[in-house]
Design a binder for this molecule. Structure first.
Ligand code: ARG
Length: 539
């Protein structure tokens, strides 16, 4: 806690509110006044608040987005048969799991906020970490969030105006998407607890949705009747492995589709620094989240195939809605569309929560203006604190959420707003096919390098303390498969790959501008991470 902070807290001790029923944070020191987020300053990592459940909902919340509800066709139409599609879902899940297990080792050994940034910096030097942050802050995080937001908008509008509507003005979808981005940014700004609680709730909802699909599918298959009373014979005629494709490139494309649905497995790693017990909980989170997701994905897909004819699954990009209408009629399609929309909203909050932390770390490191590395509303006027405490509504909300010593607005507000603005920008421009390719190539390049770091660090720094160690085959498998996928992408989409390379290289001069300048200044005895860059040029 910065000195301005203590000063303010001493001037205005909030003794009447500390320690009162349920108000004090669990496990946090209760003595003394609470640092108030509303004053600005402070550091997130000093307040370890995240629990196992929060971690679980951050990772599952982002992984289960729209993919399992909308893109099964991308997989089954490529590999040709339901059985083969299920195999791809399992393989993609295990592959994501090997990546996540490797990240668990890194997160345990280097328990800091920032995810791949800190692991890459440790393995390959700060430039590598910077280039990841550069790409993730500007494209990967906001780009993928924009895609999720748009899909949320589409499903929501579909639920409201009916699935059969022929043409919907894309700006209607986009307005809903923008409203979603705005509200999740706001919630995450108000309080860390608010963000995590919404995550926790939406995670349960997602499981309910997937289990619902699975159970309904099995019931329909066993009884042979849909809930509309229609006789359903599709599943009995199905030969699960008929027409399986033997072309390897088809399988590779299908695997890509599956990997998007499982993507987001690195999400908890961005906030390891805020875990109460990172070395114990991070591996636990990952090794419970991944099997849970794999099982529920496989069950949902089995249910689709039990109820819908293969041709329908292969040709639809809203499989879940089709499933709902087949089983329950129009009401079913509305319910399912709302569920998918809520699921996307959950993915958006999870993503925003961690994106805020990523931008915040970049601000603290001096990669971007130091303002973005600040916590809370940067109001240095201590009187703000009393004003706020006297405000009945704020105090009630504070008590309700129970952020404990951190209080409301103890969040990386500026970082969250920056992320929200960039996300909204992508949402408005909306070049999705390009964005998806960019995401795949750039994202997997960094995954590959980071996981390679697990192997390199084992050789280079065998004495590094690793509370959790994965099997050495785990990172090796992940590296081999992602290299294979990347090499295919390079040949299939050479132009886009070049664009990714150009973008990453463009980060190098920025690195020297920001970081070199910062370090030179530090050596000369002036400035720190937050010193504006122009001070360096004036010297
Ligand atoms: N798996 C999610 C889905 O099915 C998408 C995750 C996007 N990835 C990310 N890192 N934001 O929709």
């Amino acid at each position: 806690v910065s000195s301005t902070f203590d000063f303010a807290a001493n001037l205005f001790p909030l003794s009447s509110t500390t320690g009162a029923g349920g108000y004090a944070p669990i496990g946090a020191p209760t003595s003394g006044a609470r640092p108030r987020g509303v004053l600005g300053g402070g550091s997130l990592e000093k307040h370890k608040t995240l629990t196992y459940l929060n971690g679980l909902s951050l990772i599952i919340g982002l992984i289960i987005g729209s993919g399992v509800f909308s893109s099964p066709s991308q997989i089954s139409s490529k590999v040709g048969s339901p059985g083969a599609a299920i195999v791809v879902w399992i393989v993609a899940g295990i592959l994501a799991w090997t990546g996540a297990a490797s990240y668990a080792e890194l997160g345990g050994a280097i328990p800091l906020n920032g995810g791949a940034q800190v692991y890459l910096a440790k393995t390959f030097g700060e430039l590598a970490g910077f280039l990841f942050t550069w790409t993730a802050v500007l494209v990967l995080k906001p780009g993928s969030a924009a895609i999720i937001a748009i899909i949320m908008g589409e499903y929501f509008v579909r639920a409201v105006i009916g699935a059969e509507a022929e043409y919907v003005n894309p700006w209607i979808n986009k307005s809903v998407a923008l409203a979603g981005i705005f509200s999740v940014t706001l919630f995450n700004c108000v309080s860390t607890r608010m963000g995590t609680r919404i995550n926790d709730m939406l995670m349960f909802l997602k499981f309910v949705a997937l289990l619902f699909v699975a159970v309904v599918g099995i019931v329909v298959a066993v009884t042979g009747y849909t809930f509309k009373g229609e006789k359903d014979v599709a599943w009995k005629a199905k030969d699960w492995f008929n027409d399986t494709s033997t072309d390897l490139s088809n399988w590779a494309v299908a695997l890509y589709g599956g990997l998007w649905a499982y993507d987001g497995w690195d999400n908890t790693n961005y906030v390891v620094g805020e875990f109460r017990n990172p070395s114990r909980d991070l591996p636990r989170v990952i090794h419970s989240a991944m099997p849970l997701v794999i099982v529920s994905y496989v069950l949902a897909n089995v249910a689709y195939f039990l109820v819908l004819p293969v041709e329908d699954v292969n040709s639809s990009n809203t499989v879940a809605v089709m499933f709902g209408s087949k089983v329950f009629g129009p009401v079913g399609s509305i319910i399912l569309a709302l569920m998918v929309s809520a699921s996307c909203l959950g993915a958006l909050t999870s993503s925003t929560f961690t994106a805020g932390r990523l931008v915040y770390v970049a601000g603290k490191e001096g990669y971007i203006p130091g303002l973005f590395g600040k916590i809370g509303i940067n109001n240095q006027d201590p009187s703000m604190s009393t004003q706020r405490t006297r405000n009945w509504a704020f105090r009630k909300l504070d008590q309700l959420l129970g952020d404990g010593e951190m209080g409301l607005f103890f969040t990386p507000i500026y970082a969250l707003v920056l992320n929200g603005v960039i996300t909204a920008g992508y949402c408005i421009v909306g070049e999705f096919p390009t964005l998806v390719t960019f995401y795949g190539v750039a994202g997997y390049t960094f995954y590959f390098c980071t996981v390679l770091g697990v192997i390199i660090l084992r050789v280079k720094e065998p004495q590094l303390e690793r509370p959790y160690q994965t099997w050495i085959t785990t990172p090796i498998i992940f590296c081999c498969v992602s290299l294979f996928l990347l090499s295919r992408a390079v040949f299939a989409r050479p132009i886009q790959t070049l664009a990714v390379v150009a973008f990453v290289i463009a980060g190098i001069p920025v690195y020297f501008w920001r970081v070199h300048g910062r370090d030179k200044l530090r050596k000369a005895g002036g400035g720190d991470a937050h010193t504006p860059w122009w001070r360096f040029w004036k010297k």
